[in-house]
Every structure is written in C-alpha cells, then in structure tokens.
Design a protein around this ligand. Structure first.
Ligand SMILES: C[S@@+](CC[C@H](N)C(=O)[O-])C[C@H]1O[C@@H](n2cnc3c(N)ncnc32)[C@H](O)[C@@H]1O
Length: 259
C-alpha cells in the first residue's frame, strides 16, 4: 500500500496527499535546507475536554467538517506534541546538512508544551520569531495581534541573509480572497524562506494547507515539497502552486526531488 494517496509534480514542486509523518517516513531523503510548517494549532479554540468530545480526529471529524475547518485541529495537546516530535525526528533524514533548520508556527498557549517536545527530537531551540499582524483580532483586553513560531536547528544553523529581525510585520491574508481558513500571508513566508534557504534550496512543508509556503518558495527560486492530508486543501495547493509556477521564470521542470 502506498504511503500517499496522490503525488503531483508541478515544476519545481512535488506535492503529496497524505499524512505528514507517514509520507516523510516513506519518500527518498530530500536534502532539504529547511522545514517550514504551519501545523494545526490545537490551541484554546477547543478546551481539552471539548477536544475529546469532538467526533473523531483528522479527516473523520464531523464537527470540524461542518464549519469547513481542517482535520487535526481538535487533537489534545499531547497529540500535537507527538505529531510535531515525530515530524522533527523524521526531518533529520530529509535535512541537507546539520545546518538545516526547522520552524513551526504555534499558538502562544502551546509554546511551553511544544518547545520541549520538539527539542526531544534532538533539535536545538534557536529563536522564537513573531508574526506581527499589525491589527488586533476580535475580543477584549490584550487582543491578539501576533502569532509565534518556534525555530530550531539540528546543529549550527546555516542562514542565508541577515536582513531580518525576529518580528515579521504583515497584515493577515484577506478574508475575502484567502483560499484556506488559516492561510498565511506570502510576505511572512518569504522572509522565513529567505533566511533559512539558499536560492535553489529545498523547502519542506509537511502541513501545506492551501500551499502558501510553496507559492512563496517558487517565487523566490527555491524548490518545494509539500504534504497535506485533506483532499480539498491539497487541490487548492495544487492550483495555487501551478499558477505561481507559471508566473515564475524559474520553472525548470522535473520536480523538486529531481533537482
Ligand atoms: C494551519 S493549516 C496550514 C495553512 C497553510 N500554512 C496555508 O497558508 O494555507 C494546517 C494544515 O495541516 C493539515 N494537516 C493536519 N494534520 C496533518 C497531518 N497529520 N498530515 C498532513 N497534513 C495535516 C490540515 O489539513 C491543514 O490544512
């Protein structure tokens, strides 16, 4: 039985429909400069009790389907810890070198639980970059205006520009035009990619969603491998990455693995 349901090669991008860890365990080593992932936050949106009551996990969750959300976001905290630890362990077989880096977006409520879990995969916590959304979200009190990232290296990290600080400023993706419920803005993804990968380097995003990392990567002349387990979001990513590839003069063909 194949480790993935579909594989699409679109210019310098290779996209897999399947589970992040299962696919990473099965495919040939990628020699990736960086893993840049935006996993489900499993944050405070659902309490631990409510998460357990949700009808099933992943793609079987009727509760999440009804509100057009995505599978995996109602995992318990321990579930997310296991998923990110396993992803980080698996990344070591795909890293181009000991200088390869790993960056996960994460809700501020989960920082203290996730950082040690990922560290236990043998990675070193290097920084906590922040996305400043420049306008507060809904609510009252200290309304959330930022999102956190946890940034790790396997050994001594290799960086490719010193242009940026650890606060990345960009408005949210427009609610009217975004194609995934938690779509990340391309401006943010570009900074993450420029810092962590060289031109023609390979970026791996195991929680690809609607493919923002891939769109940004191709636009910057990088190669891309993405994994997504939801067929609808996978289709969105294929469409967006194909369009990005068409408008990129660096479309060389042959797929990310072949380069
Ligand atoms: C926060 S979203 C990513 C959004 C993406 N950064 C974008 O800009 O469109 C997380 C994605 O991970 C996917 N996902 C969750 N668990 C997964 C797993 N175990 N393997 C692969 N994909 C998974 C979800 O379906 C969801 O689309």
């Amino acid at each position: 039985m194949s480790a993935y349901l579909r594989k699409e090669v679109i210019g310098n991008a290779t996209l897999y429909l399947g589970d992040a860890v299962t696919v990473m365990a099965a495919i040939e080593p990628l020699k990736a400069a960086a893993l840049i992932g935006d996993p489900p936050y499993c944050s405070g949106g659902f309490s631990e009790a409510a998460k357990r009551q949700a009808k099933g996990q992943g793609l079987r969750s009727d509760t999440l389907r009804e509100i057009e959300w995505f599978g995996g976001d109602n995992m318990t905290t321990a579930g997310l810890q296991w998923l990110l630890r396993a992803t980080a362990v698996m990344f070591k077989r795909h890293a181009a070198s000991a200088g390869s880096t790993v960056t996960f977006f994460c809700d501020w409520r989960m920082v203290a639980m996730l950082a040690p879990a990922i560290e236990s995969a043998g990675l070193r916590l290097q920084a906590m970059p922040v996305w400043d959304k420049q306008a507060p979200g809904l609510g009252t009190g200290f309304r959330a205006t930022h999102e956190c990232m946890l940034h790790f290296a396997i050994g001594v990290p290799e960086y490719h520009t010193a242009r940026y600080g650890n606060i990345i400023r960009s408005p949210r993706a427009s609610a009217t035009t975004r194609e995934h419920p938690t779509e990340k803005p391309l401006e943010v993804m570009r900074v993450l990619i420029e810092v962590q990968t060289p031109v023609d380097g390979l970026v791996l995003d195991p929680f690809m969603g609607g493919g923002s990392t891939g769109v940004a990567a191709l636009g910057l002349g990088r190669r891309f491998v993405g994994i997504e387990h939801d067929p609808a979001h996978f289709d969105t990513a294929c469409r967006r990455i194909e369009a990005a590839g068409r408008s990129s003069s660096l479309m060389l063909g042959g797929g990310a693995e072949a380069a």
